[in-house]
Each structure stands twice: as structure tokens, then as C-alpha cells.
Write a protein that binds this ligand. Structure first.
Ligand SMILES: [Zn+2]
Length: 223
């Protein structure tokens, strides 16, 4: 069942559950309300109204992870915080090139938008890989904390992770969209976990030593 509450469209599911629950589906801009079988719909509407701030905040957060999906005309792309136009050129082979002024996508006429999304994702992954390569050793020395290895992946719900046991770090390729300071913050954040596993006060005090404006960067990333 679909329900519109204010400007929020909600899909209502009745299930054998004890309490009401709201789920935001990543990348789909979808809000799901799960309700116990015996609840009246009015109760759900009140619940959605109460949680509307939280819902909006999380919808924004999910959107930030998505890429454009239509590349016909006048599209642009963010690379480390700057906006560049996408120029689509017809060729027989699919490739991508960045000349610091624009992003040129060479592609056959039959190329699907989904193929271009995949290509941009790969391109973002390359960019983040290059920058982590350039920056990680410097931060490891400054923090005096050292990882064993790292990789870059496209993720839809987090910016990075740190496996404390294996000392393996992971960074989201979509960090390529944001100012480079955001990537620095993520490197500092994940390295800091090697000393402080939890997001407690000590952890953030330590992070702040190396990244004093981390709160602002977290806002940029809606992190
Ligand atoms: Zn963390």
C-alpha cells in the first residue's frame, strides 16, 4: 500500500512484527513503513510525521551516494569537489578521458546509460586509488599508525572501513566526487581505528588533532 504523508511517499507493509519500523532503501529514494498486522493506518501516519526530519535527512544521505543515470545532454560530473561538463563523443570504442576541463566519454551510439554509469564508477575508483596511493603513507607517518593494505570499492552505505585484525582499510570510490579533504579525513578516520576501535570521545579527540575541521567534512559527506 502506498501512502503520501506531507511530501513523503511511503510504502506500507503489514507484517508479523511487534513495533513499527521505517526503512530507507538506498539509491531508490524509497521509504518503507513496516507495521504490525493489527495496527490502524492512522498510527502509521502519526509515526511518519514524527520521524519526518529523520526521513529527510536519510533520504539526502542516500542520494549523495548515487551517480547520474542519464547522459544525453548537458550532464556534469563532480571530481574532487569541482564540477566538470561531460562531453559525449561518438566513437567505436567505449572509453573515458579527463583533461581537467571536461570529462570526455567516447562511446558507440548504442551505448546504454548503465554502461556509462559503470564506466564512471571505474573512473572514480581509479581516481581514489591514485589519491590514496599519494596520501596514505604521509598520514600513516603523521599518526604513527600503519595499515597492512587497502582497497577501493563502490559502496552505497559507507565511506570507508577498517578491519582492526588484518589492518586492512577500505575506501569508497564515490569519495572522488567530494573535495580531496574529505578523502584525507576518511584516511585519518580509518587509520585512527587502529588505535581506537570505537567512535568514542578519545577516537574523535585523536581525529581532531590531525583533522581539526572534521565536523564540517562529515557534514559535506552527511556522514
Ligand atoms: Zn569509523
Amino acid at each position: 500500500m502506498q501512502l503520501v504523508v506531507g511530501d513523503i511517499t511511503v510504502t506500507v507493509l503489514y507484517k508479523r512484527v511487534k513495533n513499527m519500523r521505517i526503512t530507507i532503501k538506498s539509491n531508490q529514494n524509497m521509504v518503507i513503513l513496516t507495521m504490525p498486522n493489527n495496527y490502524k493506518i492512522e498510527k502509521g501516519i502519526t509515526f511518519i510525521n514524527q520521524k519526518s526530519d529523520w526521513i529527510h535527512k536519510n533520504l539526502d544521505k542516500k542520494l549523495i551516494y548515487t551517480l547520474p543515470t542519464n547522459f544525453e545532454m548537458n550532464q556534469s560530473i563532480y571530481i574532487f569537489g569541482n564540477k566538470y561538463p561531460i562531453i559525449r563523443k561518438e566513437t567505436d570504442k567505449l572509453s573515458i578521458r579527463f583533461d581537467k576541463i571536461s570529462v570526455i566519454i567516447n562511446c558507440p551510439k548504442s551505448t546504454l546509460d548503465t554502461q556509462i554509469v559503470t564506466l564512471i564508477n571505474k573512473f572514480y575508483k581509479q581516481l581514489v586509488t591514485i589519491e590514496v596511493n599519494n596520501r596514505l603513507a604521509k598520514w600513516e607517518n603523521k599518526l604513527n599508525l600503519y595499515s597492512n593494505n587497502w582497497y577501493v570499492r563502490t559502496m552505497t552505505s559507507k565511506w570507508g572501513s577498517c578491519n582492526i585484525k588484518t589492518k586492512r582499510l577500505c575506501f569508497n570510490s564515490l569519495l572522488a566526487k567530494f573535495p580531496i579533504e574529505c578523502l584525507d579525513y576518511l584516511i585519518i578516520h580509518e587509520l585512527a581505528h587502529l588505535k581506537y576501535p570505537y567512535h568514542d570521545k578519545d577516537f574523535y579527540n585523536f581525529v581532531a588533532k590531525f583533522c581539526p575541521n572534521y565536523k564540517l567534512l562529515r557534514k559535506t559527506l552527511k556522514y
